[in-house]
Design a binder for this molecule. Structure first.
Ligand code: NAP
Length: 272
């Protein structure tokens, strides 16, 4: 989802971009193999936006999750270092436990409460321990046109008049991939290596977000029903509060991101 938006965004900004996919460069390869494949491109920057991202699946497949998100990131960091490339590692709000109740700063201590969050945090540690020239960019509640996501699901349900059950006790920062592309470009040109947060501004529950999505699309929010996360019986625990503060960036609001996403979506499928 993010990678497919990053490529055209960076190309339009004048960068030479060489996209890879899981069938051309797997995170399950050795560091040497990754280095060999990347060497012909002489990359100055490697943006690592790939991951095992199925949060509930990670509870059922912890070994694969760790192999991809921890070991794969380690190997890519080693390859990047050998090539003299800067690494941008995209990470997640799920490295936090959600107990803070005010926006998390990049300096706050991670304490993941599910396997996905743990594997991504280990990925962060691999990068920061092995490299000097790196950026970790934590983002949250991502949505973009290249994959099914919460915003799209709400729109589909609302259009067909189906009930939309949405959780009141998960509060986060919904982030449009288009805004994250801008944040990543800003961060990777900053020259100040380290950990960043890149998320749209604001805090909202999934329930309030679902109602806002309906209203923004000119649809009734009358089918949106509040539920508790405990009603969902999901395999993975999720932080109740994972709002990210982005002190180094000027980030747009989640409302702006939602409007931009809807405009992009309508342009792509005019009938909707
Ligand atoms: N989505 C969110 O809400 C969210 C929130 C916070 C942070 N993030 C982070 O943001 C980044 C981008 O997320 P996204 O939502 O754009 O992810 P996504 O749509 O699920 O895409 C993940 C990509 O990783 C690739 N991948 C999976 N296993 C791989 C492997 N073994 N080797 C190489 N590639 C592999 C997938 O390829 P295949 O499709 O071919 O398997 C896919 O292209 C990730 O680092 C994620 O952890 C996402």
């Amino acid at each position: 989802m993010l990678g497919q938006d990053l490529v055209p965004y960076l190309r339009a900004k004048g960068y030479d971009v060489f996209p890879t996919a899981s069938d051309t460069l797997s995170l399950l390869e050795t560091a040497d193999s990754m280095q060999e494949k990347l060497e012909p491109f002489s990359p100055q920057v490697i943006i690592h936006a790939a991951a095992y991202t199925n949060v509930d699946g990670a509870e059922r497949e912890p070994e694969l999750t760790m192999a991809v998100n921890k070991d794969g990131t380690r190997n890519l960091a080693l390859a990047a270092k050998a090539l003299g490339a800067i690494l941008v590692y995209v990470s997640t709000d799920y490295v936090f436990d959600g107990l803070k109740q005010e926006p998390y700063l990049p300096t706050d201590r991670p304490n993941p409460i599910n396997m996905y969050g743990l594997s991504k945090y280990y990925g962060e540690l691999m990068v920061s321990e092995l490299m000097e020239e790196y950026y970790v960019v934590r983002t949250s509640w991502l949505y973009g046109i290249h994959r099914q996501n919460f915003v799209q699901w709400v729109l589909d349900q609302a259009r067909t008049g189906c009930e939309i059950k949405a959780v009141t006790d998960w509060v986060g920062s919904p982030t449009w991939t288009g805004n994250l592309c801008v944040a990543i470009e800003t961060i990777m040109n900053s020259g100040a290596f380290g950990i960043y947060h890149g998320a749209d501004h604001g805090a909202i529950s999934r329930y309030e977000q679902a109602k806002a999505i309906c209203r923004a699309a000119g649809l009734s929010d009358g089918h949106v029903r509040p539920i508790s996360s405990s009603d969902l019986n999901m395999a993975a625990n999720r932080p109740h509060y994972s709002v990210l503060a982005c002190p180094e960036l000027s980030v747009p609001s989640w409302e702006t991101g939602l409007q931009a996403y809807l405009a992009q979506y309508c342009q792509q499928s005019p009938a909707s």
